[in-house]
Design a protein around this ligand. Structure first.
Ligand SMILES: Nc1ncnc2c1ncn2[C@@H]1O[C@H](COP(=O)(O)OP(=O)(O)OP(=O)(O)O)[C@@H](O)[C@H]1O
Ligand SMILES: [Mg+2]
Length: 275
């Protein structure tokens, strides 16, 4: 049974425009949790509106705080998978097969794309992204901390830029040339660690890399629902090659020459080193 500890008191309703924190009803991210995560049952959430509307999900900003406490409210990114027009629909079938979802009312609803089925598919993708982020965060990789998972929504650490606003995507920026070798080294090291774990991002591009921090010098990689097992997936090496090419070409275009074939070779060597 779940109940709200504060609900006995009829005067104790959240202020207008807010709702009780959804923490209590959600799956929580890995521990030890960062200090800024607010697990109070008496906390409230306020939706600050949409940050960006993507192809498969909308990202909102959500502010969480505990009324009466002096701590600053915490702003998080809420990624909500839409239950229609899913970019990855063509891969759902294979993906769900891999997960061995029971042949059931649920499977049939997903196959027929009923409203309920679409909702379930959205929840599968949210679950997949949350699990991947949890694993990568535990490995110390530069990804947003996954705060919680609930249905089709994941709450993430909000990655900010110099002014505290949303961090820009690498694709929108023109970093000074002298910064490029250092930025490339960060993404290369990231991809090598990921490959050593046996994975490729699967949709890596300068649109899914954020430039975080006061001096915009720290790369954070987002958007993980489609992570690919490099060895287990028959198309794994193709995805890895595409990720390496997309990133390499961006750096080359910006004036820092990258041999993406060589990068791919190093990543394949890392991915197969465990075998
Ligand atoms: N944790 C975060 N912190 C700051 N900004 C974020 C965060 N997560 C997502 N965003 C912003 O929202 C955008 C969409 O997020 P994401 O790439 O995860 O979703 P998507 O549906 O795949 O979008 P797209 O179709 O544009 O790739 C990102 O490009 C980024 O600008
Ligand atoms: Mg994206």
């Amino acid at each position: 049974m779940s109940f709200n500890l504060l609900s006995d008191d009829p005067s104790d309703v959240p202020p207008e425009g807010e709702r009780w924190s959804s923490w209590d009803h959600a799956t929580h991210g890995p521990t030890p949790r960062p200090d800024w995560v607010n697990p109070d049952l008496g906390a409230v959430d306020e939706d600050l509106g949409i940050l960006r509307s993507g192809k498969e999900a909308d990202v909102h900003l959500v502010r969480r705080w505990t009324p009466g406490r002096p701590d600053e409210p915490v702003t998080m990114a809420a990624k909500r998978f839409r239950s229609s027009e899913h970019r990855l629909f063509h891969r759902d079938a294979g993906y769900l097969e891999g997960r061995r979802v029971r042949r059931s009312r649920e499977t049939r609803a997903m196959a027929r794309r009923t409203d309920f089925g679409r909702e379930l598919i959205g929840a599968q993708w949210a679950m997949a992204e949350f699990a991947t982020l949890s694993r990568l965060w535990e490995q110390g990789l530069a990804v947003p901390y996954p705060v919680q998972l609930r249905g089709t929504e994941i709450l993430l650490e909000f990655i900010t830029g110099p002014d505290g606003e949303a961090a820009p995507r690498l694709a929108q920026t023109r970093p000074p040339r002298e910064m490029l070798p250092e930025l490339f080294e960060q993404i290369r090291a990231f991809m090598l660690t990921l490959a050593t774990l046996g994975w490729a991002h699967g949709d890596l591009s300068p649109y899914n890399v954020l430039l975080a921090g006061a001096s915009s010098a720290d790369l954070v990689v987002i958007d993980w629902p489609q992570v690919v097992d490099v060895i287990g997936n028959p198309h794994g090496p193709e995805f890895l090659e595409r990720d390496a090419r997309t990133m390499g070409e961006w750096f080359t275009r910006r004036g820092f020459e990258v041999d993406h074939g060589e990068l791919f070779g190093d990543l394949m060597a890392a991915a197969t080193s465990r075998w």
